[in-house]
Design a protein around this ligand. Structure first.
Ligand SMILES: NC(=O)C1=CN([C@@H]2O[C@H](COP(=O)(O)OP(=O)(O)OC[C@H]3O[C@@H](n4cnc5c(N)ncnc54)[C@H](O)[C@@H]3O)[C@@H](O)[C@H]2O)[C@@H](O)CC1
Ligand SMILES: [K+]
Length: 482
């Protein structure tokens, strides 16, 4: 499934029309599906529809007509100057005898639901003046807001903060990058011919359908040496500092993702956990001979991280480079060696790799992930909400995960989990996408049960649960489809 830009969406609509598909049908489906979501969420609570003059407003007129037919009390305020489909949709509404009043007279109050049909993909630049005031008034009202296609004003400020958003035909970039503004997200099929939505040049959204076939198979004859063995190199002890937990959590992440055996290379004195690991205590960042198929390097490595990553290069194995292993010289060395490495930076580490500030990373995670992947010729997992996976020209956004995962050690678990998938034979891009997805899903399952206050080791424990749901085709779809 692809993530559309507003321009790509317009192109798809245009192609549908060129194929002879009547655009009014798309609008009818869009408004009708949105009305269905309205009824599901708010029942017969009276609606106030605020419609702009473009096609987003047209969707609003269609929704108003369907709500009216369902017996919902509807008041409609609209901008002047509709043309084309939006005008036809307005006339169809007027034919039902409903009054459409000027947008300037918009009023709303307790006991009503607002429908935001002001702007969708046609917005050019931030809202100002009357529209900025209207959007701020809508937000300040405290009333529930159902946004059609996009909360109006996105991706700029001010914008509507919606209770729920019905995205038409495909998800667009703001739906994932500015998810907080969208509230509960619905994706409505509106009849656009399917091939028009298959755009290989656009970023992918990691869906359960796409990831399920990637799950490594485990034949009846499997043994611990045949399903992928992982070496974890991490931890640090010295100069008053001690990072002991990080490599243990990575080892746990690898086991819980299905590794057959985990070798743990860590400073002497590191706790011997998990019991299932094979321990290699070291007094300097060295690489003992290991029988493994993949490595995870750098978790809690502190000042050892870089030296360890350069040592690990000698193994010539698929490697996850995390935390203290993330330095430009290291990434450059792996690029030169032509090794399939996965870099797993958060915004701060990505900034360090690219020489930009974490704030700049936050402003354009897709661009930064792509820039990193191209600069080093490696696979990049840029952690955040959403986490972005990049390799060459390929980009994938991960829809699972939640703020409860923002706690120490979850990144270590992820590094181990991705290493386990590499060890099982998955190519780096696939291992990264699947690892990130399952890690996020594990966090979602736990957050639903426990809320905030998760421990990283609990996330590791929940990986098999997430994996099982995916394997059985029961992984919840991250958005509701209508
Ligand atoms: N075939 C299609 O194109 C379909 C489009 N649909 C809907 O149509 C929407 C896109 O429609 P449009 O392209 O007409 O665009 P919009 O309805 O999103 O907005 C366009 C209007 O906003 C004005 N505008 C743009 N930037 C502004 C700003 N900063 N301040 C004030 N006014 C501004 C423009 O002058 C224009 O009048 C989609 O989001 C979706 O809701 C759906 O009906 C499905 C089919
Ligand atoms: K809207």
């Amino acid at each position: 499934m692809r993530l559309f830009t507003p321009e790509a969406m317009r192109e798809a609509d245009g192609k549908a029309v060129a194929l002879g598909y009547p655009s009014l049908l798309l609008m009818e489906w869009a408004g009708m599906k949105a009305a269905r979501v309205y009824l599901d969420l708010f029942g017969k609570v009276p609606a106030v529809v605020l419609a702009g003059k473009g096609n987003n407003g047209g969707d609003g007129f269609v929704l108003a007509r369907h709500l009216l037919l369902e017996g919902v009390r509807v008041r409609v305020f609209a901008a002047e100057g509709q043309e084309g489909d939006a005008l036809l949709a307005k006339r169809a509404l007027l034919a039902h005898g409903l009054e459409v009043r000027p947008l300037e007279e918009a009023s709303f109050g307790p006991g009503e639901v607002l429908v935001d049909a002001l702007f969708g993909t046609g917005l050019k630049g931030p809202l100002s003046g009357f529209y900025a005031g209207l959007v701020e008034g809508m937000n300040a009202s405290g009333l529930p807001i159902l946004a059609l296609d996009l909360p109006s004003g996105l991706p700029y400020a001010p914008h509507v903060r919606a209770t729920a958003t019905v995205a038409f035909a495909a998800l667009k970039t703001p739906h994932l990058l500015l998810r907080e503004a969208c509230g509960k997200l619905y994706l409505a099929e509106i009849g656009l011919p399917k091939p028009l939505l298959e755009r290989e040049d656009l970023p992918q959204v990691a869906t359960p359908e796409a990831l399920r076939p990637l799950l490594p198979k485990r034949p009846l004859t499997a043994h611990k040496g045949s399903v992928g063995r992982v070496g974890v190199l991490g931890g640090y002890r010295g100069e008053g500092l001690r990072y002991a937990g990080a490599p243990l959590l990575a080892a746990l992440g690898a086991y819980r993702m299905g590794a057959g055996l985990v070798h743990l290379v860590a400073p002497e004195g590191t706790p011997l956990e998990p019991l299932e690991a094979v321990f290699h205590p070291v007094s300097s960042p060295t690489l003992p001979p290991l029988k493994v198929e993949a490595l995870a390097v750098g978790m809690g490595g502190g000042p050892w991280g870089k030296a360890w990553a350069l040592e690990a290069l000698k193994a010539g194995l698929p490697t996850v480079l995390d935390a203290d292993a993330l330095h430009p010289e290291v990434a450059e060395a792996y690029r030169k060696a032509g090794l399939p490495a996965v870099l797993t930076p958060h915004a701060g580490e990505a900034g360090r790799l690219l020489g930009v500030s974490p704030e700049e990373v936050g402003k354009d995670p897709l661009g930064v992930a792509q820039a990193l992947a191209e600069r080093f010729g490696l696979t990049v997992v840029l952690k955040g909400n959403p986490t972005v996976v990049a390799e060459g020209k390929r980009l994938s956004l991960n829809p699972t995960g939640n703020p409860a995962l923002a706690t120490g050690g979850t990144g270590d678990v992820l590094a181990g989990a991705i290493a386990a998938l590499l060890a099982a034979g998955l190519p780096p891009f696939e291992a990264a996408r699947l690892g990130v997805y399952l890690h996020g899903l594990a966090g979602d399952l736990l957050a639903e049960e426990k809320g905030v206050g998760l421990l990283a080791r609990e996330v590791a424990e929940a990986l098999p649960w997430a994996r099982k749901l995916l394997a059985e085709g029961r992984a919840p779809w991250p958005f509701s489809r209508v």
